[in-house]
Write a protein that binds this ligand. Structure first.
Ligand SMILES: Nc1ncnc2c1ncn2[C@@H]1O[C@H](COP(=O)(O)OP(=O)(O)O)[C@@H](O)[C@H]1O
Ligand SMILES: [Mg+2]
Length: 207
């Protein structure tokens, strides 16, 4: 069937497709001409596998993520549920403050659910969140990994803090609501994570 390209990133192409009668998203990693063929194949297979594993693991811990329908390591393709919602990036600035606060709190809760199991998303921006059925769905685990270090959790949240400062600069204070939600759900010492974020901010300043 003809597949409409939704998005063309540096690593992957996102197409709308059909699978068993359903509209689905096909995320296909693209070959890089500058990489040695053998290494390229290996990298594509590895990243595809890691992303699928993290999505499945996140779901098992109650985080809203797309359903996985198929994974093809040779093609570097993941077939997943199409989340017909809104990208948080596109809606956050236009919301009422109380609603924005509620959404940000939910974002924090979702990140904590990942971090409770040492899942590091790797690219937590509001482009990688889809709001649907009153839930925050996390997508794009392509840069994710498992890591139990405090540093990894701090960096993960710091990426989102920077996204708030750039994309949602009028509402940068809303990152505090993210931290509120995070602190409520995180089973470790959330104040240590907050301190780590502050340390990362300081490090950035003196670089
Ligand atoms: N399952 C999905 N449902 C709906 N839209 C999606 C889905 N997966 C990706 N997208 C859209 O495609 C864009 C790029 O996908 P993403 O997985 O983030 O790729 P990249 O790794 O290139 O950033 C997302 O920002 C989102 O708008
Ligand atoms: Mg993305």
């Amino acid at each position: 069937m003809t597949k409409k390209i939704l998005y063309r990133g540096a690593e992957a192409e996102i197409r709308l497709s059909e699978y068993m009668g359903k509209t689905v998203v096909l995320k296909q990693r693209v070959k890089k001409a500058y990489r040695i063929k053998e290494i390229d194949r290996h990298l594509i297979a590895y990243r595809t596998k890691e992303e699928a594993k993290l999505i499945a693991e996140a779901r098992s811990y109650g985080v809203s993520v797309p359903l996985l329908y198929d994974v093809d390591l040779t093609k570097g393709a993941i077939t997943m549920e199409y989340l017909a919602g809104s990208r948080v990036k596109d809606i956050l600035n236009g919301l009422e403050e109380s609603e924005r606060k509620r959404i940000c709190f939910k974002i924090g809760e979702s990140i904590a659910r990942l971090h409770n199991h040492d899942i590091i998303h790797g690219d937590i921006t509001t482009s990688n969140m889809i709001f649907l059925h009153d839930r925050i769905h996390l997508i794009d685990f392509g840069l994710g990994c498992k890591n139990s270090e405090l540093e990894a959790k701090g960096v993960d949240l710091h990426v989102l803090m920077e996204a708030f400062e750039s994309t949602h600069s009028k509402y940068a204070h809303c990152f505090d609501y993210v931290i509120e939600g995070y602190s409520k759900k995180f089973q470790g010492d959330s104040s240590a994570v907050v301190k780590k974020i502050e340390e990362i901010v300081r490090r950035g300043r003196y670089r």
